[in-house]
Design a binder for this molecule. Structure first.
Ligand SMILES: NC(=O)OP(=O)(O)O
Length: 325
């Protein structure tokens, strides 16, 4: 039977830390990522791609602000900026994918779906912004923007030190119109959905869909989608080939296979970085807890070589245990 996979494209897949974010850079990165994944189309998988928007939506907000300051153009709220990022990034992935498919002489339709993610308007995340967006800033820039605009910044120590704006990131509850994603994907169309974690919304007491000012974690939202559409596999693509214990230390240990119990134990012990690997692990666990067969965390260029990647399943497969020792 044809397998259905949800593949969450990590930030690195679209934009790298040392890049300013030009469209040429993003298209080149996206094309390289898709070239690495085209083997899945050749193997006959039905596919849904999801993607982040952290750097891009932060840049949209900065343009928003500059437009108002310089030309009096009214600023748009965060949900509209997330929608803008979803459309822009989705279009870019769609076009790059069409060209990669053509190069490999593969025929598949590609469809980008504007996707809304339901959140709880009373989620405590609205009082504790944690989602890092936009470009890295110096302490002086962050302090000035905090004073002038009330924007909140947090220090970031990944790759280079600096400060990034943070916004609320409520837990995703469900993905709207997931039936449309599923029916198209199962019919062979490659669907791009849940961009930037989806546009956060909630349904009020009268049943009206209302906007929510937040950015949802794309790995968590992708995991919810994978569950809702009963995907066989859930891939979280990032910038390392495996999940590690003691990452970056002399006693670093790669984890090729993980079962639910061990993953939860490591997570609860604070083994994985909160701003980095921990949310990916939570997303991977959520998928298998709700009936998914396997979550895989790795980098796109290692995916085709199946000996790479951390495979998280409910129980260890006996034949894999010797590899784990
Ligand atoms: N929305 C989201 O999680 O985006 P990033 O993965 O780019 O931070």
């Amino acid at each position: 039977m044809t397998k259905l996979a949800v593949i969450a494209l990590g930030g690195n897949a679209l934009l790298r830390n040392n890049q300013s974010g030009t469209i040429e850079e993003q298209e080149a990165n996206t094309t390289e990522t898709l070239e690495n994944l085209i083997f899945l189309v050749k193997e006959g998988y039905n596919l849904v791609f999801t993607h982040g928007n952290g750097p891009q939506v932060g840049n949209i907000l900065l343009r928003n602000d500059a437009g108002e300051n310089q030309y009096g153009v009214p600023q748009m709220p965060l949900d509209i900026c997330v929608a803008d990022s979803q459309g822009g990034i989705g279009y870019m992935i769609e076009r790059c994918l069409m060209n990669v498919l053509r190069k490999h002489n593969l025929k598949r339709n590609v469809l980008t779906l504007m996707t809304l993610t339901e959140v709880d308007p009373n989620d405590s995340a609205f009082n504790n912004p944690t989602k890092r967006i936009g470009k890295m800033m110096t302490k002086e820039e962050a302090d000035r923007l905090n004073k002038e605009k009330g924007w909140i910044f947090k220090e970031e120590k990944k790759n280079k030190d600096g400060y990034r704006r943070v916004v609320p990131s409520p837990e995703p509850k469900s993905i709207m119109n997931c039936e449309v994603v599923e029916s198209n994907a199962r019919a062979g169309t490659i669907v791009i959905a849940v961009g930037g974690g989806g546009i956060p919304v909630y349904t009020d007491d009268e049943g009206l869909v209302r906007p929510s000012e937040a950015v949802v974690d794309k790995d968590l939202a992708s995991s919810i989608l994978a569950t809702q559409i009963k995907a066989d596999e859930f891939y979280v693509l990032t910038d390392v080939p495996f999940v590690y214990l003691n990452y970056g230390e002399t006693n670093e240990q790669k984890l090729e296979f993980l079962n639910h119990t061990d993953t939860l134990k490591y997570l609860e012990a604070g083994t994985f970085g909160e701003g980095n690997m921990a949310p990916k692990i939570r997303a991977a666990l959520s998928f298998i807890e709700k009936g998914g067969r396997q979550s895989i965390i790795t980098e796109s260029k290692k995916l085709e070589d199946k000996s790479f990647g951390t495979k998280i399943t409910m129980e260890y497969d006996v034949k894999d245990l010797h590899k784990y020792d």
